[in-house]
Ligand binder design. Structure first.
Ligand code: BGC
Length: 462
């Protein structure tokens, strides 16, 4: 059941990825029916991240209040509605409205889906299961790129927008068969329902009492503590907030969406003139992104979050610097090297900076503020996504590609420092063990050592 749940919840990621990628490929046919000036086009494109940004702020409260599953169902229905409106519009303002609706749905689901998976997964495979969300984002991006490669011609934008309703409806139908998060049920005071949910989630005959007791004890220990946004600033929780918001800042300022949204333009700047080479290289970007995410899912619960992050930041900044060199001194670097290096950049991203912020934001907050903490992390994700996507064309036209990529490279180097000094290792720990450490007064970054030391003391006491 847990694998089915992760697959269904991850459809939210597919919707996110499809909408990120689709706008790049529908523009030529859309422009024929609705010619748009740069300002209107920019606003229409940015409507999804803007809607998502607005929803991210509210999502935590709604999800904590009404439950993970029910809110995801509402988001799925909203998504299908937005896709259908987008395919049927008769004026540009309607498209902006439709994309705002899509953004709202994606923004809520981007908080709810990883949270729902993390709270239902057994902790040994939690990292891999939450990463299915990122995997689905990469599939969504690739599918939209490929659809753009295969479907072209007048009016095809209507089909491409309308197709988005299909995964939206599948998401809704799948959720109807799933149980609510047992942790949320415990939080709301329904331990019997939580037990029933756990029984459905675990293999038949699997004893669930130990897991349930840990959830109940943890919720009791939290009872009476503050729950609002203010609670995020308490000394016990602030370090988690810094890690979650910081990781998404670094993820976006690594320049990933400059590459995802503008890959064909980057290839043209690097000297590849033919449109078909640019499109093929773009599909290559999508494919490497997807395949490396699969590798990340395999490694995440084995070698740990921190080593993967350091590897990813180092690889991404080295790749960016080679591209800078190629742009400044084209004679030094053959042009095919640029494609290879850009793919290495994507691989470095996908093995760490892609999945890990989503995974870690769902792990490091105590249950009573998990939804709110993830809301803040998601605001960071969409806010910086918007800033990069909006400013990248201006940066290309102004200071240029080399300068912009140097900024991304330096920020990735900063990511290594941030990981070493701030990011805790959560691999293999239950959400409750992480929560206990947060309240122990010890620095968050010492999490793994702290939990091991606590376990040793408990063993001695026994
Ligand atoms: C990011 C997106 C990005 C995608 C690329 C996600 O984790 O949040 O902004 O486009 O990865 O795969």
């Amino acid at each position: 059941m847990i694998y089915f749940l992760a697959t269904v919840a991850a459809i939210a990621g597919f919707l996110f990825g499809y909408d990120e990628g689709v706008i790049a490929v529908v523009r030529p046919s859309l422009d024929k029916d609705f010619p748009m000036g740069p300002l209107v086009a920019g606003f229409m494109t940015a409507a999804v991240p803007l809607g998502a940004l607005a929803a991210a702020g509210l999502a935590g409260r709604i999800i904590d209040r009404f439950g993970r599953r029910r809110v995801l169902m509402a988001a799925a229905a909203l998504f299908a509605l937005g896709a259908l409106i987008a395919s049927a519009i008769t004026a540009v303002w309607m498209l902006v409205l439709a994309r705002l609706i899509l953004g709202l749905a994606i923004g809520v689901a981007a908080v709810g889906a990883p949270l729902y998976i993390a709270e239902t997964a057994p902790h040994r495979i939690r990292g891999a299961l939450v990463s299915t969300y990122q995997l689905a984002i990469t599939i969504g991006i690739l599918v939209s790129y490929l659809t753009g490669l295969f479907i072209s011609g007048d009016g095809t934008w209507r089909t491409m927008f309308g197709l988005g309703a299909v995964p939206g409806l599948l998401f809704l139908a799948g959720l109807a068969f799933l149980p609510e998060s047992p942790r949320w049920l415990v939080l709301k005071g329904f331990p019997d329902d939580a037990r029933a949910s756990l029984r459905r989630l675990r293999a038949a005959g699997w004893p669930v009492d130990g897991e349930l007791d840990e959830m109940v004890r943890s919720a009791q220990a939290q009872a009476g503590r503050k729950t609002g946004y203010r609670a995020l600033l308490e000394p016990a929780i602030r370090p988690a907030l810094i890690v979650a918001v910081g990781l998404f800042f670094l993820q976006q300022l690594s320049g990933i969406n400059a590459v995802i949204y503008y890959a064909p333009q980057i290839f043209s700047h690097a000297g590849f003139d033919s449109a078909s080479t640019q499109m093929l290289a773009t599909v290559g970007v999508g494919t490497v992104n997807l395949l490396t995410t699969v590798l990340a899912m395999f490694l995440i619960d084995r070698i740990g979050r921190r080593p993967l992050l350091i590897l990813g930041f180092a690889g991404a900044s080295a790749a960016m610097l080679v591209i800078v060199l190629a742009v400044i001194e084209p004679t030094l670097v053959p042009s095919w090297v640029i494609i290879v290096v850009l793919l290495l950049y994507i691989a470095s991203f996908a093995i760490s900076l892609g999945p890990l912020p989503h995974v870690m934001m769902s792990e490091i907050f105590p249950l009573r503020v998990r939804g709110l903490g993830m809301s803040m992390a998601s605001i960071s994700n969409w806010g910086f996504n918007f800033i990069v996507v909006f400013s990248f064309p201006l940066m290309l036209a102004g200071p240029g590609l080399a300068f912009t990529f140097t900024i991304f490279a330096v920020i990735c180097l900063g990511g290594i420092f941030f990981t070493m000094t701030r990011v805790p290792e959560t691999t293999g720990l239950s959400l409750e063990a992480i929560e206990t450490h947060c309240h122990s007064g010890r620095p968050l970054v010492t999490l793994k050592r702290g939990v091991a030391a606590g376990a040793a003391v408990a063993a001695e006491d026994d």
